[in-house]
Design a protein around this ligand. Structure first.
Ligand SMILES: C[S@@+](CC[C@H](N)C(=O)[O-])C[C@H]1O[C@@H](n2cnc3c(N)ncnc32)[C@H](O)[C@@H]1O
Length: 488
């Protein structure tokens, strides 16, 4: 990524916002409850708000404007009317997740079975996100979501999903009772459609209740099947590259079946492209976006992370509020496959850029005891192309942090687990006193693996949502800070 310019200004919006189009929340026919209701409400608020404070760097603004120009001057045949609004100022201010009720029109209209993987606990909010992106048949599965999409839809899922870890395209499925079945399945799959000997390859295998003796051997059989097929058809085998492969294939085994997926994402989608400084125990970007979705944070309301570390939750929040597509500044695996239509992909990205807002409405504030963590957060902010004034990061103690607004959300990932010492009951008591004293009318959402945290805080959670942070079994505890009735 090019380095941002050193001098920046806060931007002001120059265009009158147009009417809100295609709001998915208003289209909901059923009464939503729980996480679904909060996520739908968040999408509704995200899409209904206009922003009037600080935001993207001016170099990014130029990037956005020049992208919009490309759309005006170059409306080629591969432009899809459902996706392009660059010539219409009203549409240019439309919501960042625009619901599509039909698949985008492309040259190739073949529809594929897809699986979007995600951290466990985010399945429901991921399903809602994919439905809001127009994948109406999205259905939650284990650690992910099933849906159907054409090639353009696959690209859009990669570009826009904030919650998915990978977008996998199913290429083959069959019974698998022995390793030879895997070899045969891989051999009979037309890999040459997507890659050939000129691409390097990596194969990964995962399984649930598979009777196979060795997953490593299954992995080898799948790889052999792919390489045999390409050698027979094209005269050479692809090289194996486990570090930076051009093509990635996932083999998934159950007790009696094997499924082969083409990994269209490449690097995991939580890698947005801005993180260099990791801080002490950073949360992954898609989990941070998931916490915001589960909390129901209103992007027009104040957000405070009093244990912000390297700033992940707040940077994700700024991108949500500005409508910056999660993958807009990173490469994807599908770009390295055969027959990649670079022009069509550029058009999709130009369209996405044209809908990015440049201003934030509400205060986003991050506090951390550790000055190095705050430095890391500021560097990450810069690399995420956000102006220094878009998020206020400061060294401080959560116990003495004043609320930046009369009401809002605290969404935070305080110290817990093995990596950080949490044996500090005085700390939790003091923070809890500060919350009760100063944060009336705030909602507080805390992810922790310490299931006794509510007792330590002497607060009764409104909700507890199970989810995983890596291998750590966690809960997202939600508390509503009202004046009375919260002491357990
Ligand atoms: C789990 S880390 C947060 C990581 C963060 N979510 C990220 O993605 O980088 C917890 C942070 O809490 C900070 N911390 C610990 N005690 C604190 C306190 N009393 N006030 C403010 N920050 C504190 C630590 O310095 C650490 O950076």
């Amino acid at each position: 990524m090019t380095k941002p310019e050193k001098t920046r200004k806060t931007l002001t919006i120059s265009r009158r916002p147009g009417p809100v189009a295609d709001n998915p929340a208003t289209e909901q026919k059923r009464q939503r409850t729980g996480a679904r209701a909060r996520q739908v409400a968040q999408l509704q608020r995200e899409q209904g708000k206009r922003h009037t404070a600080q935001g993207l760097t001016d170099s990014r603004q130029r990037d956005i404007e020049s992208s919009a120009e490309i759309i005006h001057s170059d409306p080629g045949p591969s432009h899809d009317s459902a996706l392009h609004g660059g010539s219409n100022p009203d549409v240019a201010d439309a919501p960042r997740i625009r619901r599509q009720t039909r698949a985008p029109r492309t040259r190739n209209t073949e529809v594929f079975r897809m699986f979007a993987s995600c951290p466990q606990g985010l399945e429901e909010v991921l399903t809602i996100e994919l439905q809001a992106l127009g994948f109406d048949d999205a259905q939650a599965g284990r650690a992910g979501c099933h849906f159907h999409a054409d090639w353009t839809g696959m690209q859009r899922a990669n570009l826009y999903s904030r919650l998915a870890t990978r977008i996998l395209l199913q290429v083959a499925e069959g019974p698998a009772r022995s390793e030879d079945d895997i070899l045969e399945l891989a051999r009979s799959t037309p890999w040459e459609r997507w890659f050939g000997p000129e691409q390097s390859l990596r194969v990964d295998t995962s399984a649930i209740r598979s009777p196979m003796q060795s997953l490593q051997y299954c992995n080898l059989r799948a790889k052999d099947g792919i390489c045999d097929r390409l050698r027979d058809r094209e005269g050479a085998r692809p090289d194996i590259d486990t570090v930076r492969p051009d093509a990635r294939v996932h083999l998934f085994l159950t007790e009696d079946s094997a499924t082969l997926y083409l990994d269209t994402s490449g690097e995991s989608l939580f890698k947005r492209g801005w993180r260099l400084d990791k801080g002490e125990a950073p949360i992954r970007e898609n989990l941070a976006a998931g916490l915001l979705a589960l909390s129901g944070w209103d992007p027009a309301a104040a957000l405070l992370d009093p244990f912000c570390g390297s700033g992940t939750i707040l940077i994700e929040a700024a991108w949500i509020a500005l409508g910056v597509p999660a993958g807009i500044w990173r490469p994807f695996g599908f770009e390295r496959l055969r027959n990649h239509d670079a022009r069509h992909w550029r058009d999709l990205k130009d369209d996405a850029r044209a809908h990015i807002r440049t201003q934030l409405e509400s205060p986003l504030v991050g506090v951390d005891l550790d000055a190095q963590a705050i430095e890391a957060a500021k560097s990450n902010l810069e690399r995420a192309w956000l102006t220094p004034d878009s998020i206020r990061f400061e060294v401080g103690d959560a116990r003495n942090t004043a609320p930046p607004a009369d009401s809002g959300w605290i969404v935070t990932n305080p110290p817990y687990g093995q990596r950080l010492d949490t044996d500090d009951t005085d700390m939790w008591r003091a923070w809890s006193q500060a919350l009760k004293r100063d944060f009336t009318d705030w909602q507080v959402d805390i992810i922790t693996s310490d299931l006794s945290l509510p007792q330590k805080l002497r607060l009764k959670p409104l909700r507890r949502h199970p989810l995983y942070n890596g291998a750590l079994d966690c809960r997202l505890f939600s508390f509503e800070m009202v004046k009375a009735g919260y002491r357990s």
